[in-house]
Design a protein around this ligand. Structure first.
Ligand code: ADP
Ligand code: MG
Length: 232
C-alpha cells in the first residue's frame, strides 16, 4: 500500500519533467513514513483556499506552488499567520502578485494552504547522496547554527536508534535542546524518531538525491515539519 503511494509521488514529478518534489508532495511522502508534517491542501481558486483554511483551522499559512519557485519566501510566496477568511482572500492574491513580480514567467500550480505550527526550537534534518556510500543524514539546529556555525552532525544511512541519539547529542549547541537560557527543552525522542523515519525513507527511495526539512519545529512534546524540499 505504502509502496504504491510512494511510487505515485515520484511518477507525477517525472511525468511533468520535474527534478524536484513540490512541498506538498515532499510532505505527503514524509507523511507516508510517519513523519510529523503539517496538514496541507493545494487549491487553485480563492474560494477553495478559504474552504481548505476552514477545514484545517485558523491561523493558516499560505504558500506559492510553482515549478519555477523553489525558494518560496525569496519570491514573496509565503504568508504566515493568516487569521480569517478575509486574510486568505487577500493573501491568495497577494502571493500571486508577489510571485508575478519576482518571477514573471512563473507557472502557477496552485496555492498551498497549511496549518500554522506554533513556535518551537528550530532544527534541520537533511540528506545528500554520497556517490560511493549513498544517502547521508544531517542534523543541526536551525538558523545561524547551521548556516554560519556549521554545527551539524552526519551519518550514513541507514542509522540505528543509537546513531540517531548520538547525532542529536554531538552537536555543539546540544544544550539548547536541553533547555538552556530559559528555553523550554525540546522533545529529543521525537527528534530521534524523525531521524530514524527519515533514514528509512531514504533507504526505500533511491530517487531522493537531496532532502531538506527546514525548519522542523520541536516542542516539549512532539514536532512539526513546516517545510520540506526534495531534489530528485
Ligand atoms: P522557503 O521555501 O522560503 O524555505 P518555507 O516554507 O520554509 O519557505 O517558509 C518560510 C518560513 O516561514 C519558514 O522558515 C518558517 O519560519 C515559516 N513557516 C513556513 N511554514 C510554516 C508553518 N506551517 N507554520 C509556521 N511557520 C511556517
Ligand atoms: Mg524553508
Amino acid at each position: 500500500m505504502r509502496d504504491e503511494a510512494v511510487s505515485k509521488i515520484f511518477e507525477a514529478a517525472s511525468e511533468e519533467g520535474r527534478d524536484f518534489l513540490f512541498e506538498h508532495e515532499a510532505k505527503n511522502l514524509c507523511g507516508l513514513y510517519g513523519l510529523p508534517v503539517t496538514r496541507i491542501k493545494v487549491e487553485k481558486t480563492e474560494d477553495k483556499a478559504v474552504q481548505a483554511a476552514e477545514e484545517i483551522g485558523f491561523p493558516v499559512v499560505l504558500k506559492i506552488v510553482s515549478p519555477q519557485v523553489l525558494h518560496k519566501s525569496d519570491a514573496g510566496g509565503v504568508l504566515i499567520n493568516v487569521k480569517d477568511e478575509d486574510g486568505v482572500r487577500q493573501g491568495y492574491n497577494k502571493i500571486l502578485e508577489n510571485v508575478k513580480r519576482h518571477v514573471p514567467d512563473a507557472e502557477i500550480t496552485g496555492i498551498l494552504v497549511q496549518e500554522m505550527a506554533p513556535d518551537g526550537t528550530e532544527v534541520i534534518v537533511g540528506s545528500t547522496k554520497d556517490p560511493t556510500f549513498g544517502p547521508t543524514l544531517m542534523f543541526g539546529l536551525g538558523g545561524i547554527f547551521v548556516e554560519i556555525l556549521k554545527d551539524v552532525s552526519f551519518r550514513l544511512a541507514p542509522i540505528t536508534r543509537t546513531d540517531a541519539e548520538e547525532m542529536v547529542r554531538e552537536i555543539k549547541a546540544y544544550k539548547i535542546l536541553e533547555g538552556a537560557r530559559g528555553m523550554p527543552p525540546a522533545d529529543q525522542e521525537t527528534i530521534v524518531d524523525i531521524l530514524l523515519a527519515t533514514s528509512e525513507m531514504l533507504m526505500e527511495c533511491p530517487e531522493i538525491k537531496e532532502l531538506d526539512m527546514n525548519p522542523v519545529l520541536v516542542y516539549e512534546k512532539g514536532a512539526k515539519i513546516v517545510d520540506a524540499r526534495v531534489i530528485l
